[in-house]
Design a protein around this ligand. Structure first.
Ligand code: SF4
Length: 290
Protein backbone atom coordinates (compact mmCIF):
# COMPACT_ATOMS: atom_id res chain seq x y z
CA UNK A 1 0.00 0.00 0.00
CA UNK A 2 1.35 3.43 -0.97
CA UNK A 3 0.87 5.65 2.04
CA UNK A 4 0.09 9.32 1.45
CA UNK A 5 2.43 11.34 3.65
CA UNK A 6 2.30 14.87 5.00
CA UNK A 7 4.91 16.00 2.47
CA UNK A 8 2.47 14.93 -0.30
CA UNK A 9 -0.26 17.00 1.34
CA UNK A 10 2.11 20.00 1.53
CA UNK A 11 2.92 19.61 -2.17
CA UNK A 12 -0.78 19.78 -3.00
CA UNK A 13 -1.36 22.87 -0.86
CA UNK A 14 1.86 24.72 -1.69
CA UNK A 15 2.38 23.62 -5.29
CA UNK A 16 4.30 26.83 -6.01
CA UNK A 17 7.14 25.77 -3.64
CA UNK A 18 9.69 23.10 -4.34
CA UNK A 19 9.92 22.35 -0.64
CA UNK A 20 8.20 23.58 2.48
CA UNK A 21 9.63 23.52 5.97
CA UNK A 22 7.69 23.97 9.21
CA UNK A 23 9.20 26.51 11.58
CA UNK A 24 7.91 26.12 15.14
CA UNK A 25 6.91 29.28 16.97
CA UNK A 26 6.02 29.84 20.59
CA UNK A 27 3.72 32.83 20.93
CA UNK A 28 3.35 32.44 24.70
CA UNK A 29 -0.29 31.41 24.64
CA UNK A 30 -1.65 29.42 27.56
CA UNK A 31 -3.96 26.39 27.62
CA UNK A 32 -7.57 26.32 28.92
CA UNK A 33 -6.83 22.97 30.50
CA UNK A 34 -4.02 24.47 32.57
CA UNK A 35 -5.26 27.94 33.45
CA UNK A 36 -8.62 26.80 34.88
CA UNK A 37 -10.83 27.81 31.95
CA UNK A 38 -11.89 24.19 31.46
CA UNK A 39 -9.50 22.43 33.81
CA UNK A 40 -6.33 22.53 35.85
CA UNK A 41 -3.33 20.24 35.86
CA UNK A 42 -3.53 19.54 32.16
CA UNK A 43 -3.82 16.29 30.24
CA UNK A 44 -2.37 13.30 32.08
CA UNK A 45 0.41 12.88 29.52
CA UNK A 46 1.22 16.57 29.19
CA UNK A 47 4.56 17.78 30.33
CA UNK A 48 3.15 21.13 31.32
CA UNK A 49 5.88 21.92 33.82
CA UNK A 50 8.52 21.91 31.18
CA UNK A 51 6.52 24.18 29.00
CA UNK A 52 5.56 26.34 31.96
CA UNK A 53 4.09 29.59 31.08
CA UNK A 54 6.58 29.97 29.26
CA UNK A 55 9.16 29.13 27.86
CA UNK A 56 7.22 31.92 26.26
CA UNK A 57 10.51 32.28 25.01
CA UNK A 58 12.95 35.04 25.48
CA UNK A 59 12.52 35.79 21.78
CA UNK A 60 9.56 37.46 20.13
CA UNK A 61 7.52 35.54 17.57
CA UNK A 62 9.09 37.56 14.76
CA UNK A 63 12.59 36.90 16.08
CA UNK A 64 11.83 33.18 16.21
CA UNK A 65 10.45 33.37 12.68
CA UNK A 66 13.49 35.22 11.30
CA UNK A 67 15.76 32.67 12.96
CA UNK A 68 13.82 29.81 11.33
CA UNK A 69 13.97 31.55 7.95
CA UNK A 70 17.76 32.01 8.26
CA UNK A 71 18.13 28.28 8.92
CA UNK A 72 15.88 27.27 6.01
CA UNK A 73 16.92 29.56 3.19
CA UNK A 74 15.80 27.31 0.33
CA UNK A 75 12.37 26.49 1.70
CA UNK A 76 8.92 28.00 1.69
CA UNK A 77 8.16 28.60 5.37
CA UNK A 78 5.08 27.15 7.04
CA UNK A 79 4.90 29.08 10.32
CA UNK A 80 3.83 26.57 12.94
CA UNK A 81 2.28 27.79 16.19
CA UNK A 82 2.97 24.66 18.18
CA UNK A 83 3.20 25.26 21.93
CA UNK A 84 0.10 25.15 24.11
CA UNK A 85 -3.27 26.20 22.62
CA UNK A 86 -2.74 28.82 19.96
CA UNK A 87 -6.31 30.05 19.66
CA UNK A 88 -6.84 30.44 23.42
CA UNK A 89 -6.78 34.24 23.54
CA UNK A 90 -9.04 37.15 22.68
CA UNK A 91 -9.56 37.55 18.95
CA UNK A 92 -7.80 40.91 18.93
CA UNK A 93 -4.69 39.33 20.46
CA UNK A 94 -4.79 36.51 17.90
CA UNK A 95 -5.05 39.07 15.13
CA UNK A 96 -2.01 40.95 16.45
CA UNK A 97 0.09 37.77 16.68
CA UNK A 98 -0.84 36.17 13.36
CA UNK A 99 -0.95 39.25 11.09
CA UNK A 100 2.79 40.04 10.81
CA UNK A 101 3.62 36.36 10.46
CA UNK A 102 1.21 35.67 7.61
CA UNK A 103 2.21 38.89 5.89
CA UNK A 104 5.92 37.99 5.95
CA UNK A 105 7.13 37.51 2.37
CA UNK A 106 8.90 34.20 3.12
CA UNK A 107 5.89 32.65 4.87
CA UNK A 108 3.73 30.52 2.54
CA UNK A 109 1.12 29.62 5.15
CA UNK A 110 0.49 29.11 8.86
CA UNK A 111 -0.32 26.02 10.88
CA UNK A 112 -2.02 26.54 14.23
CA UNK A 113 -2.04 23.88 16.94
CA UNK A 114 -5.12 24.01 19.16
CA UNK A 115 -7.90 22.14 20.96
CA UNK A 116 -11.41 21.48 19.61
CA UNK A 117 -12.95 23.62 22.36
CA UNK A 118 -10.94 26.68 21.34
CA UNK A 119 -12.40 27.16 17.88
CA UNK A 120 -15.50 29.23 18.43
CA UNK A 121 -17.21 30.95 15.45
CA UNK A 122 -15.40 34.25 16.08
CA UNK A 123 -11.98 32.58 16.09
CA UNK A 124 -12.81 30.49 13.03
CA UNK A 125 -13.98 33.58 11.20
CA UNK A 126 -10.66 35.32 11.95
CA UNK A 127 -8.74 32.29 10.66
CA UNK A 128 -10.94 32.24 7.55
CA UNK A 129 -9.98 35.88 6.95
CA UNK A 130 -6.25 34.95 7.14
CA UNK A 131 -6.92 31.96 4.89
CA UNK A 132 -7.82 34.37 2.10
CA UNK A 133 -4.28 35.76 2.31
CA UNK A 134 -2.38 32.45 2.59
CA UNK A 135 -3.39 28.88 3.50
CA UNK A 136 -4.22 28.37 7.17
CA UNK A 137 -3.98 24.83 8.53
CA UNK A 138 -5.70 24.19 11.86
CA UNK A 139 -4.13 21.31 13.79
CA UNK A 140 -6.68 19.93 16.25
CA UNK A 141 -5.74 17.70 19.20
CA UNK A 142 -8.28 14.86 18.99
CA UNK A 143 -6.41 12.10 20.88
CA UNK A 144 -9.32 9.64 21.09
CA UNK A 145 -12.93 9.17 19.98
CA UNK A 146 -13.79 7.60 23.33
CA UNK A 147 -15.33 10.14 25.73
CA UNK A 148 -14.55 7.96 28.75
CA UNK A 149 -10.90 7.99 27.78
CA UNK A 150 -10.96 11.74 27.22
CA UNK A 151 -12.36 12.12 30.73
CA UNK A 152 -9.86 9.71 32.27
CA UNK A 153 -6.91 11.52 30.76
CA UNK A 154 -8.33 14.89 31.85
CA UNK A 155 -8.66 16.31 28.32
CA UNK A 156 -11.83 18.15 29.34
CA UNK A 157 -13.40 18.09 25.90
CA UNK A 158 -15.54 15.53 24.09
CA UNK A 159 -15.44 13.81 20.72
CA UNK A 160 -18.56 15.75 19.75
CA UNK A 161 -16.59 18.97 20.26
CA UNK A 162 -14.06 17.58 17.79
CA UNK A 163 -16.82 16.93 15.26
CA UNK A 164 -18.27 20.43 15.76
CA UNK A 165 -14.90 22.19 15.51
CA UNK A 166 -13.90 20.23 12.43
CA UNK A 167 -17.20 21.01 10.72
CA UNK A 168 -16.98 24.71 11.60
CA UNK A 169 -13.46 24.94 10.21
CA UNK A 170 -14.28 23.00 7.05
CA UNK A 171 -17.37 25.14 6.41
CA UNK A 172 -15.14 28.20 6.67
CA UNK A 173 -12.80 26.76 4.03
CA UNK A 174 -9.94 25.99 6.42
CA UNK A 175 -7.64 23.00 6.11
CA UNK A 176 -7.68 20.82 9.22
CA UNK A 177 -5.16 18.29 10.51
CA UNK A 178 -5.24 16.19 13.65
CA UNK A 179 -3.32 14.48 16.41
CA UNK A 180 -4.21 11.13 17.97
CA UNK A 181 -2.65 8.83 20.56
CA UNK A 182 -2.61 5.03 20.27
CA UNK A 183 -2.35 3.08 23.51
CA UNK A 184 -4.20 5.28 26.01
CA UNK A 185 -5.18 3.41 29.21
CA UNK A 186 -8.14 1.03 28.93
CA UNK A 187 -8.24 1.35 25.14
CA UNK A 188 -7.97 -1.54 22.70
CA UNK A 189 -8.08 -2.06 18.95
CA UNK A 190 -11.82 -1.21 18.85
CA UNK A 191 -11.04 2.21 20.29
CA UNK A 192 -8.16 2.81 17.88
CA UNK A 193 -10.45 1.87 15.00
CA UNK A 194 -13.17 4.25 16.26
CA UNK A 195 -10.67 7.06 16.58
CA UNK A 196 -9.47 6.42 13.02
CA UNK A 197 -13.10 6.48 11.83
CA UNK A 198 -13.62 9.82 13.56
CA UNK A 199 -10.58 11.23 11.76
CA UNK A 200 -11.92 9.99 8.42
CA UNK A 201 -15.48 11.16 9.16
CA UNK A 202 -14.33 14.69 10.05
CA UNK A 203 -12.37 14.89 6.78
CA UNK A 204 -9.07 15.86 8.31
CA UNK A 205 -6.36 16.37 5.69
CA UNK A 206 -3.64 14.79 7.84
CA UNK A 207 -3.07 13.02 11.15
CA UNK A 208 -0.15 12.75 13.54
CA UNK A 209 -0.27 9.30 15.13
CA UNK A 210 1.64 9.06 18.37
CA UNK A 211 2.29 5.98 20.51
CA UNK A 212 1.41 6.71 24.13
CA UNK A 213 4.73 7.46 25.77
CA UNK A 214 5.55 8.47 29.29
CA UNK A 215 7.24 11.79 29.89
CA UNK A 216 8.90 12.78 33.16
CA UNK A 217 6.94 15.02 35.48
CA UNK A 218 3.49 14.01 34.20
CA UNK A 219 0.56 12.37 35.96
CA UNK A 220 1.08 9.35 33.71
CA UNK A 221 4.72 9.14 34.87
CA UNK A 222 3.49 8.73 38.47
CA UNK A 223 0.89 6.14 37.48
CA UNK A 224 3.37 4.26 35.33
CA UNK A 225 5.88 4.12 38.18
CA UNK A 226 3.13 2.75 40.43
CA UNK A 227 2.23 0.09 37.86
CA UNK A 228 -1.27 1.56 37.38
CA UNK A 229 -0.92 1.97 33.63
CA UNK A 230 0.90 0.00 30.98
CA UNK A 231 2.12 0.67 27.46
CA UNK A 232 1.65 -1.08 24.15
CA UNK A 233 4.59 -3.15 22.97
CA UNK A 234 6.28 -2.27 19.68
CA UNK A 235 4.52 -4.95 17.63
CA UNK A 236 1.07 -4.10 18.98
CA UNK A 237 1.62 -0.40 18.30
CA UNK A 238 2.71 -1.06 14.71
CA UNK A 239 -0.29 -3.31 14.15
CA UNK A 240 -2.68 -0.67 15.53
CA UNK A 241 -1.05 2.20 13.62
CA UNK A 242 -1.27 0.17 10.40
CA UNK A 243 -4.98 -0.40 11.02
CA UNK A 244 -5.51 3.33 11.60
CA UNK A 245 -3.62 4.16 8.41
CA UNK A 246 -5.65 1.63 6.43
CA UNK A 247 -8.89 3.26 7.63
CA UNK A 248 -7.95 6.90 7.06
CA UNK A 249 -6.11 6.55 3.75
CA UNK A 250 -6.02 7.69 1.03
CA UNK A 251 -7.73 10.94 2.01
CA UNK A 252 -5.85 11.63 5.25
CA UNK A 253 -2.08 12.09 4.94
CA UNK A 254 0.14 10.65 7.67
CA UNK A 255 2.26 13.30 9.32
CA UNK A 256 3.99 11.27 12.05
CA UNK A 257 3.95 7.80 13.54
CA UNK A 258 6.61 8.33 16.22
CA UNK A 259 6.87 10.49 19.33
CA UNK A 260 8.54 13.87 19.61
CA UNK A 261 9.74 14.00 23.23
CA UNK A 262 13.42 14.70 23.81
CA UNK A 263 15.22 11.61 25.17
CA UNK A 264 16.13 13.30 28.47
CA UNK A 265 12.40 13.72 29.19
CA UNK A 266 11.35 10.23 28.12
CA UNK A 267 10.57 7.46 30.60
CA UNK A 268 9.24 4.79 28.18
CA UNK A 269 9.00 3.13 25.72
CA UNK A 270 12.54 3.45 24.44
CA UNK A 271 11.53 2.83 20.80
CA UNK A 272 8.85 5.55 20.54
CA UNK A 273 11.08 8.07 18.76
CA UNK A 274 12.55 5.58 16.30
CA UNK A 275 10.77 6.75 13.20
CA UNK A 276 12.34 4.44 10.65
CA UNK A 277 12.02 1.32 12.78
CA UNK A 278 8.35 2.13 13.44
CA UNK A 279 7.65 2.70 9.74
CA UNK A 280 9.26 -0.68 8.99
CA UNK A 281 6.97 -2.33 11.52
CA UNK A 282 3.89 -0.55 10.17
CA UNK A 283 4.76 -1.35 6.55
CA UNK A 284 5.17 -5.02 7.43
CA UNK A 285 1.59 -4.98 8.75
CA UNK A 286 0.28 -3.07 5.73
CA UNK A 287 1.87 -5.61 3.39
CA UNK A 288 0.31 -8.47 5.38
CA UNK A 289 -3.12 -6.92 4.96
CA UNK A 290 -2.83 -6.66 1.17
S1 SF4 B 1 -1.53 18.53 26.13
FE1 SF4 B 1 -2.16 20.46 25.20
S2 SF4 B 1 -4.31 20.63 25.81
FE2 SF4 B 1 -3.40 19.15 27.20
S3 SF4 B 1 -2.74 20.37 28.97
FE3 SF4 B 1 -1.00 20.16 27.60
S4 SF4 B 1 -1.03 22.05 26.37
FE4 SF4 B 1 -3.08 21.79 27.29
Amino acid sequence: MNVKLYKDFLKEVFSQCERVRKVSLNAGFSCPNLDGTVGKGGCAYCDNKSFSSVAASEFSVMEQLEDGIRKNKKYGILAYFQSYTNTHAPVQKLREVFTPVIEHSRVVGISIGTRPDCLNPEVVSLLAYFNKIKPVIVEIGVQSANDKTLKNINRNHTSQQTRDAAERCKNAGLLITSHIIIGLPNEDMNDFVNTAKLIAECKFSAVKIHPLHIVKGTKFAEEYAQGKIGLLGFDDYCKAAAEVIRIVQPNVAIERVSAESPSYMLVAPDWCGQREKIWEGINANLICEN
